[in-house]
Design a binder for this molecule. Structure first.
Ligand code: GDP
Length: 365
């Protein structure tokens, strides 16, 4: 699970990225290490893990994690190969979702590449590069399909789709806001792996003062909200500078700092949860004395495939899953009590795993 952070220069990308990865570095038990300075692993906050950790007397807690990639270097003309343009676009093609940082704060000390603060113009500058890149893909595909379409009905249908998507993008719209006519078209559309079809969260980077009302009185933020709604994206209001300060603090100080600001959790924690949600991800849990751990799956995943996240043997030899939901376990107090009440269920290969299911897999080796 990988998220790419994009945005114009000087909007606060690195500030946000650094605070994200610093916050993430707190979890010493995280099994991955950072390979690339532009890639950071961030753990997904989940209070349930701490509760289970106490219940099972374990010190080893492994939270779910998301990878963030700082994709710097997007400038006007990137799709024409200027700067690190092409490499940048290739990096974006690999991510599951995009966090697009937009500058909504005024600060005369920090130069804006286009002179003044105008979040909507900034978004359009970046999106235009993505759109150009997508148009190239569509045009190549159209050129290939045209010939076949002459005596092939399916190809003719696809050609129609390609031309409609192209027209949509030419109006500066994102592929995200395009509606396919049927499932077949939808599958084709997904196969093009268009940049503007990826889920997007706009991180509206505001001044500290704007945090009180979540940016509601900031005109730039309002414009971002309107745009996001039209294009089917999410908005997230953050003050990167404050997040960086928070990331420097230890847990106790952090709690006090947030209380002072009247906040329950840091903006980053909210951002991480929002990304998780946006991608349709949920966590199932495994709990025991050796470790308590969260495993990331897509909503709708069935038990054997969920087991496969732990080990491919678990999926291949899957027999059944012994499951108690986190809430049921909490209500009963112990696993034994939950079992006595019949709340520990045996589920088979067609069971769709739910968020917060605590699972023990039974399998043949
Ligand atoms: P990037 O080029 O998008 O990665 O931008 P940086 O993260 O390097 O930020 C550019 C400058 O803006 C730095 O001097 C940051 O300290 C500053 N900056 C970032 N976020 C904020 C913010 O929320 N408020 C203010 N006033 N400055 C910020």
């Amino acid at each position: 699970m990988k998220l790419g952070i994009v945005g114009l220069p000087n909007v606060g990308k690195s500030t946000l990225f650094n605070s994200l990865t610093k916050a993430g570095a707190e979890s010493a038990n995280y099994p991955f290490c950072t390979i690339d300075p532009n890639v950071g692993v961030v753990t997904v906050p989940d209070k349930r893990l701490d509760v289970l950790g106490e219940m099972y007397h374990t010190k080893k807690i492994v939270p779910a994690a998301i990878e963030f990639v700082d994709i710097a270097g997007l400038v006007k003309g990137a799709s024409k190969g200027e700067g690190l343009g092409n490499q940048f676009l290739a990096n974006i093609r690999e991510v599951d979702a995009i966090v697009h940082v937009v500058r909504c704060f005024e600060d005369s000390n920090i130069v804006h590449v286009d002179g003044n603060i105008d979040p909507l113009r900034d978004i359009e500058t970046i999106n235009l590069e993505l759109i150009f890149s997508d148009l190239e893909i569509l045009e190549r595909r159209i050129a290939k399909t045209v010939k076949v379409a002459k005596n092939d009905k399916t190809a003719a249908k696809e050609l129609g789709l390609l031309q409609r998507v192209k027209a949509h993008l030419e109006e500066n719209r994102m592929a995200k806001s395009f509606t396919a006519d049927d499932e077949e078209e939808q599958i084709w559309l997904e196969s093009y792996n268009l940049l503007t079809a990826k889920p997007v969260i706009f991180a509206a980077n505001v001044a500290e003062d704007d945090l009180v009302d979540d940016g509601a009185s900031n005109e730039g933020v309002q414009a971002v909200h309107k745009y996001a709604e039209e294009e089917g994206c999410e908005v997230f209001v953050v003050c990167a500078q404050i997040e960086q300060e928070i990331a420097e603090l230890d847990d106790e100080e952090k709690k006090m700092f947030l209380e002072d600001l009247g906040l329950e959790e840091s903006g980053l924690e909210k951002l991480i949860k929002a990304s998780y949600h946006l991608l349709g991800l949920i966590s199932y849990l495994t709990a025991g004395e050796p470790e308590v751990r969260a495993w990331t799956i897509k909503r709708g995943t069935k038990a054997p495939q969920a087991a496969g996240k732990i080990h491919s043997d678990f999926e291949r030899g899957f027999i059944r899953a012994e499951i108690v939901s986190y809430d049921d376990l909490m209500a009963c107090g112990t696993h034994v009590a939950a079992k006595e009440k019949g709340l520990v269920r045996l589920e088979g290969k067609d069971y769709v795993v739910q968020d917060g299911d605590i699972i023990l897999f039974r399998f043949n080796v």
